[in-house]
Design a protein around this ligand. Sequence first.
Ligand SMILES: [Zn+2]
Length: 147
Amino acid sequence: MIVGALAGLILCFFISVPIQFAIILIIFSAFSALAPDIDHSSSKIRQIADFTVPVFSLFFAFFSTCSDFSCVVANWMEIIKTALIFTGVYAIIMIYLKPKHRGITHTILFSFIYGAILFFLAGWYFALAGFVGYFSHLLADRHIRLI
Ligand SMILES: [Zn+2]
């Protein structure tokens, strides 16, 4: 996380953003530096994801089905079903399709894929901060492979 925060700090020198936004980007970069170790069962990011994926799945299921709490009673089955599907897909990937440690998630290609996903979700600044954080992990691991 420290290496990722440093990478985010260096990025912020070059893109000149307001200080409050720079702090957000640096924190985001620090967390992005944890992302490559999603392929390791006892990593920090796995412990975080194992808890947050079901919670966020439930939030996503709620907000994609309802606009207020009154519709929960009528649609609770739909909400639970959607949340279970997302949590189940995450669990299946992590149990059966998890790449080997320092495999595909520790490549330059995957850094770009991570950045591209962030670009579509949150725009250029988060894509750049996420990319430098992610890439700093590969540098710190001294594990730089294209694919
Ligand atoms: Zn690693």
